[in-house]
Design a protein around this ligand. Structure first.
Ligand SMILES: [Fe+2]
Length: 402
């Protein structure tokens, strides 16, 4: 059997597998400065001590202080571990696990972006089983008997949705990025605090928001049976970005719009958990890895060509999304409504300043990229399986621009 035939035959497997995985159902606390509620949340939950995990940048800026003060005020002993960097390794996670065990933490407070949140998930899993080496929690699936330590997650970016996703990426001892699905991840609480992102640079704001939008959009395009609640959240994810990103392009300090993008990212995380990503991510992961392009920017370049390539199989989903986002009328023809959504997406990317075409892509790399994209695509349940020839044509479109 060819690799294409193999990929095609297992296309629906990832979508079926995720139905069996237990997912976190966090309670959400929202608002500017909302992280000052961490102490109260810990006290009400009966946690006796906490490990506060963050990165060197947030720690240096003092953005952890409100969390620390709230723990202090509520009489919760805590230890701060601020050694996480942008590419966390198994050694850093091991040090975090040791900090958690040494201070007798019975909960993990994770304050940061995807790297902090992902590392903290492995810390929360491994601290529950201190006799098992951390590397054993980096397998493709990590089953944590009895669940992880409970986590209170406070994202400092509005993009990945990592505060609720069950996946975690950490480098193993050979320096290779390991993607793990943690079965038994306990996230009883998420805090969406716009104060943490209100001063984010434009490029971070824009490409994180586009990444969030892509999670909701790809979730809706996936060939996965979804609950109404999850479909609603994915649609809301897209609507919130369409409505609030233009506001932030005009006024980056609009805290309501900032708050809305945090919620969009959170709903995007729900989409990843319940519907999975898709080809936009398979292309963006591969292009991003080969040319060192930030994830959200790579997503932005891939979005339109890859959504258009699936449009004829997903008119209904795109049309319903367009109506939900008030981009189309309920009475519009499906194809017309779907086209309006794609036009609105092109306009939004233009307003964000996305360059036409992805200059770093080289035709001489197509073979390598196609292999990478094919390999990554088996993690998802897309509406269809692209042949290698179709992948090359899409790479051409992404390289030249639409
Ligand atoms: Fe993403």
């Amino acid at each position: 059997m060819s690799f294409y035939a193999g990929r095609k035959s297992i296309r629906k497997v990832p979508g079926a597998v995720i139905k069996a995985a237990p997912l976190p159902k966090p309670q959400i606390t929202e608002g500017f400065g909302a992280r000052e509620n961490v102490g109260k949340i810990c006290k009400e939950a009966g946690y006796g001590s906490a490990l506060l995990v963050t990165d060197q940048t947030l720690f240096g800026l003092g953005l952890h202080q409100k969390v620390a003060d709230s723990l202090e005020e509520c009489g919760i002993p805590y230890t701060i571990f601020h050694e996480i960097d942008s590419e966390p390794t198994v050694d850093i996670v091991e040090a975090g696990r040791k900090a958690a065990v040494d201070c007798g933490a019975d909960c993990i407070v994770a304050l940061g972006g995807g790297s902090v949140l992902d590392s903290s998930k492995i810390i929360a899993a491994s601290a529950k089983h201190p006799h098992i080496a951390v590397k054993h929690f980096l397998h493709k699936f990590a089953l944590v008997n009895g669940g992880t330590l409970p986590m209170i997650n406070v994202p400092s970016t509005a993009g990945t949705g990592a505060e609720c996703t069950v996946g975690a990426v950490v480098k193993n001892s050979r320096g290779v990025k390991n993607s793990t699905v943690i079965i038994g991840l306990e996230v009883p609480h998420v805090i969406l605090d716009s104060e943490l992102i209100v001063n984010a640079p434009k490029s971070v704001t824009v490409w994180c928001a586009i990444d969030a939008l892509s999670h909701g959009l790809e979730g809706l395009l996936a060939d996965v049976s979804s609950k109404k609640e999850d479909i609603f959240k994915s649609r809301e994810c897209v609507r919130l970005v369409f409505e609030n990103l233009p506001i932030l392009l005009e006024d980056p300090h609009d805290t309501d719009a900032r708050q809305a993008t945090l919620l969009a990212a959170h709903y995007g995380g729900n989409a990843i958990n319940t519907q999975l990503a898709g080809y936009v991510h398979a292309f963006a992961h591969s292009i991003g890895a080969l040319y060192h392009i930030p994830h959200g920017k790579a997503i932005a370049w891939c979005l339109v060509p890859i959504v258009e390539a699936q449009e004829n199989l997903r008119y209904k989903q795109l049309a319903e999304l367009a109506v939900h986002c008030r981009i189309a009328e309920a009475g519009d023809e499906e194809t017309a409504a779907a086209d309006k959504l794609i036009c609105a997406l092109k306009e939004l990317l233009d307003r964000c300043g996305l360059e036409k075409g992805c200059p770093p892509i080289r035709q001489s790399d197509y073979k390598k990229l196609t292999r990478m994209i094919d390999a990554d695509s088996i993690n998802y349940s897309p509406s269809r399986t692209f042949t290698d020839n179709e992948v090359r044509m899409l790479l051409d479109q992404i390289r030249r621009g639409y």
